[in-house]
Design a protein around this ligand. Structure first.
Ligand code: NAD
Ligand code: TYD
Length: 351
């Protein structure tokens, strides 16, 4: 296998850390530089398994700083970028959109500019792979699925900033011939996810006997994919994807929030040896999210047909393994929920 010199951005976050671990372990002859600002969502504890690997370098830095990004590309002469760094939580985008504009839009353009500058006309073997979300497509009614042809219709500051970055990546491909790939994935679940997102938040709250806040009527629907399967899809797309193409990634696994939380409650009761039904008593319906998208669901037939990828586990397997990971990694959960998390939680759920 040929050598690659890859910049992974956001590799200390939830999905990024799974991608970094997968690439370091699977491709010992690739050089991987992980660039991460270490925001509240970035955590080097996610990477202890690979931190001493000889093909791995961590760099702390901000993609919004163009001079710094240019210097990093000069120093390392990357041939590929897998771009995951982003502000990723919809609720935070509602209370503070500007961080999302800066990191998700300006930060992405800074990386595109640096790649263009360093690669010039020598584009052979070069690749800018941008990781995006199904939320750019907007919201679905009771039926239908998002395909790669669905028109963009983002409705939150988060999804609008991601849509904007997707458009810019495509624009650099069409205008400057930059070799690019984009994938749009559905909601991920799994180990190492910051407990502001629904699943780890509920796991943490059940463990502590705290209320489980369900927005609105609880019938909002998401299509959940195990994060390890997303990382596997990124691996396949990075190696086999066709220049300029977009691939949707999803689990064919739709759940209404309330039904999903019931599964979490019952799994936790079982694994903690608590009385059946006790966690469900913590469910509390709270004020709805502003502009809450009703339903997301992905048609993942293109990646299945063209690249042979499909999810490797059932939801039942994935969720049990996930809950068990949070129970086994109490220290990780305690570390990420100390400090700033408390003031975030207070503001989001009790003010
Ligand atoms: P995350 O919030 O867990 O991690 C984001 C990482 O980016 C963190 O390590 C953070 O420190 C880093 N970062 C943030 N701003 C930065 C900056 N200015 N410069 C450098 N690093 C910065 O996010 P995630 O859930 O792992 O998502 C990763 C990517 O996948 C994002 O682009 C997101 O839009 C996309 N995505 C996420 C999901 C999901 O369900 N979580 C689904 C589809 C797509
Ligand atoms: P989230 O994990 O924030 O992902 P996204 O908004 O990107 O899909 O939320 C998943 C779903 O769960 C979404 O419909 C909002 C809902 N939700 C709650 O009902 N309560 C909560 O406390 C959170 C964080 C989310």
């Amino acid at each position: 296998m040929s050598k690659r010199n890859i910049l992974i951005t956001g590799g200390a976050g939830f999905i990024g850390s799974h991608v970094v671990r997968l690439f370091i372990e699977k491709y010992p002859n690739y050089n991987i530089v992980n660039l991460d600002k270490l925001t509240y969502a970035g955590n080097l504890e996610n990477l202890t398994a690979v931190e001493n690997a000889t093909n791995y370098t961590f760099v702390k830095g901000d993609i919004v700083d163009q001079d710094f990004i240019n210097a990093l590309f000069e120093e390392h002469q990357f041939d590929s970028v897998i771009h995951l760094a982003a502000e990723s939580h919809v609720d935070r985008s509602i209370s503070n959109p500007m961080e999302f504009i800066q990191t998700n839009i300006i930060g992405t353009v800074n990386l595109l500019n640096a790649a263009r500058a360093i690669w010039g006309k020598d584009l052979d073997g070069k690749l800018f792979y941008h990781i995006s979300t199904d939320e750019v497509y907007g919201t679905l009614g009771e039926t239908g699925l998002f395909t790669e042809e669905t028109a963009y219709d983002p409705r939150s500051p988060y999804s609008s900033s991601k849509a904007s970055s997707d458009h810019l990546v495509r624009a650099y491909h069409h205008t400057y011939d930059l070799p690019i790939l984009i994938s749009n994935c559905s909601n991920n679940y799994g180990s190492h996810q910051f407990p502001e997102k629904l699943i780890p938040l509920c796991i943490n709250n059940i463990k502590q006997g705290l209320p489980l806040p369900i927005y609105g009527d609880g019938k909002y629907t998401r299509d959940w994919l195990w994060v390890n399967d997303h990382a596997r899809a990124i691996d396949v797309i990075f190696h086999e994807g066709k220049n300029g193409e977009t691939y949707n990634i999803g689990g064919h696994n739709e759940w209404k929030n309330i039904d999903l939380v019931h599964v979490l409650c019952d799994t936790m009761d079982e694994l903690l040896g608590r009385a059946a039904g006790s966690a469900r008593e913590l469910i509390t319906f709270v004020k709805d999210r502003q502009g809450h998208d009703r339903r997301y669901a992905i048609d993942a037939s293109k990646i299945a047909k063209e690249l042979g990828w499909k999810p490797s586990v059932t939801f039942e397997q994935g969720i049990k393994e996930t809950v068990q990971w949070y129970l086994d990694n109490e220290q990780w959960l305690d570390n990420v929920t100390s400090g700033n998390y408390q003031s975030y939680y207070q503001k989001q759920y009790t003010d």
